[in-house]
Design a protein around this ligand. Structure first.
Ligand SMILES: Cc1ncc(COP(=O)(O)O)c(C=O)c1O
Length: 389
C-alpha cells in the first residue's frame, strides 16, 4: 500500500547543512542556516532562558496536560510583548501552539473552516508559507513583493494587487525582518496597506517571527500595531523560536483580534477544536520559559539586553557587508537598511555554486544569506571572495 507514495524531494536547506558538515576545508562559512549564530558560531541559549529553566525544574508541580488552549498567562504576556498598547483591551482568541509554524497552520485551518477562499502572498516569501496554506486547502494568490536585482520593495505592485482582492480574502504580511529579503515596509506604507485592508474587507494574517532582530522590540512590531489599530479583525501568528532562542522547544501562539468578545469566544472554540484533531495539546516547556521571563522584571531586562546585543551584532555586520559588496554591486548598499537575519543577493545559481566549490561559502541557490552566519573576523575575507566572482 505504501507503494502508492512517491518519494518527496529533500528540503534543499537541510541538504545544504549536510554538504556544509561534510566539507573539511578550514575557514568554511555557513550563510545558509536559518538560526542566529554568535561570534563563535554557536546558537546560544539566552541567559534568561537558562535561569527560567532552573526555576521551572524546582517549582513546576506537574506534567499534566495544559489543555488545548495552553496557558492563558503565557498568552497574555506574549500578546502584551507583541502588540503593546495597540493590543490592550482588544477582544482576542488565543491559543498556544507548537512554534510559529503550528500557529500558521491553525490560522490556515481556521480560514478554511470560515470559507476563506484565497490568501494573498507577496513573493518571495518563506517557502513554508505557501506549503502550509495549500495543505489547509486555501488557494494561494501570489504577487511580486520584492525585486531582487534592484533590491526594492514593489509597494505599488503590492497595493495594485491587493486592490483587486475580493472582500473576505486573506493577506499574509511579515511583521518585520522579512524572510528571505530583509526588506520591510515603512511606517507610511504600513498605514496605507492597513487602510486598504480595512477598506476592502480583507483579513490580515501577520507573521511575527523575528521580533527584536531588526530595529528593536517595539520598532519591529510597530507596523503590526498600526494595522491592529486600523482593522476590525486580524490574525497574528507569533513564533518564539528566534526571539527567545527556543527553536526546538516549539513555542508560539496564534491570536485572532476580534471586534467583540462574543466572536472571540467562538473563534477560540474553533481554534481549540482544530488543535484537538491535530496535535491535541501544545508543548508546554518553551511557553513556561517565556511566561517565566516575561513575568519577572529582572529576567525580562536581561533577556532584552541579550537580544539587543544580538541585534547590534547583526546591524554591524550588515554595515560592513553593505560597504564592501557595494564596490561591485551598487544596489547592495540596501543590505544596510534591510533588517533581521536575512538578505537575498542578486546572484546567479552558477555564482552560488562557485562560491561553494572554490571558497567553501555555503548558501542556498536562491542567494539568501543569513547575516548572523558570519563572524566579524570573517567579513573582509568573505567580501573579497564575493568580489572575485
Ligand atoms: C517568516 C517565518 N515565519 C514563521 C517561522 C516559523 O518558525 P517556527 O515554527 O520555528 O517557530 C519561520 C521560521 O523560520 C519564519 O522564517
Amino acid at each position: 500500500m505504501f507503494d502508492a507514495l512517491t518519494r518527496q524531494p529533500d528540503d534543499p536547506l537541510l541538504a545544504l547543512i549536510g554538504l556544509f558538515r561534510a566539507d573539511e576545508r578550514a575557514g568554511k562559512v555557513d550563510l545558509g542556516v536559518g538560526v542566529y549564530r554568535d561570534e563563535t558560531g554557536a546558537t546560544p541559549i539566552f541567559r534568561a532562558v537558562k535561569e527560567a529553566e532552573r526555576r521551572l525544574v524546582e517549582t513546576q508541580p506537574t506534567k499534566a496536560y495544559v489543555g488545548p488552549e495552553g496557558d492563558p498567562v503565557f498568552l497574555d504576556r506574549l500578546w502584551a510583548l507583541t502588540t503593546g498598547e495597540a493590543g490592550k483591551g482588544r477582544a482576542t482568541a488565543a491559543l498556544q501552539t507548537p512554534g510559529g509554524s503550528g500557529a500558521l497552520r491553525l490560522a490556515a485551518d481556521l480560514m478554511a473552516r470560515m470559507g476563506t477562499k484565497g490568501i494573498w502572498l507577496g513573493l518571495p516569501s518563506w517557502p513554508n508559507h505557501a506549503s502550509i496554506f495549500k495543505a489547509a486547502g486555501l488557494e494561494v494568490i501570489t504577487y511580486p513583493f520584492f525585486d531582487i536585482p534592484s533590491q526594492a520593495v514593489l509597494f505599488d505592485r503590492m497595493m495594485e494587487a491587493l486592490a483587486g482582492a475580493a472582500a473576505g480574502d486573506a493577506v499574509l504580511l511579515h511583521a518585520s525582518c522579512h524572510n528571505p529579503t530583509g526588506a520591510n515596509l515603512s511606517a507610511e506604507q504600513w498605514r496605507a496597506v492597513s487602510d486598504l485592508i480595512a477598506e476592502k474587507g480583507l483579513l490580515p494574517l501577520v507573521d511575527i517571527a523575528y521580533q527584536g532582530y531588526g530595529r528593536g522590540l517595539d520598532e519591529d512590531a510597530a507596523g503590526l500595531r498600526t494595522l491592529l489599530a486600523t482593522v476590525p479583525e486580524a490574525l497574528v501568528s507569533v513564533s518564539c523560536s528566534k526571539s527567545f532562542g527556543l527553536y526546538r522547544e516549539r513555542t508560539g501562539a496564534i491570536y485572532a483580534a476580534c471586534s467583540n468578545s462574543e466572536t472571540a469566544l467562538s473563534v477560540r472554540t474553533n481554534l481549540a477544536a482544530l488543535a484537538r484533531t491535530s496535535y491535541s495539546m501544545p508543548p508546554d516547556h518553551g511557553a513556561a520559559i517565556v511566561s517565566t521571563i516575561l513575568g519577572d522584571p529582572a529576567l525580562t531586562a536581561d533577556w532584552k539586553a541579550e537580544i539587543e546585543t544580538m541585534r547590534l551584532r547583526i546591524t554591524t555586520i550588515r554595515e560592513r557587508l553593505a560597504a564592501g559588496l557595494s564596490a561591485r554591486w551598487q544596489v547592495l548598499t540596501a543590505i544596510r537598511e534591510q533588517e533581521g537575519m536575512f538578505s537575498l543577493l542578486p546572484l546567479e545559481e552558477a555564482d552560488v555554486l562557485k562560491l561553494r566549490a572554490e571558497h567553501a561559502i555555503y548558501m542556498p541557490t536562491s542567494g539568501r544569506i543569513n547575516i548572523a552566519g558570519l563572524k566579524t573576523a570573517e567579513v573582509d575575507a568573505v567580501i573579497t571572495k564575493f568580489l572575485s566572482l
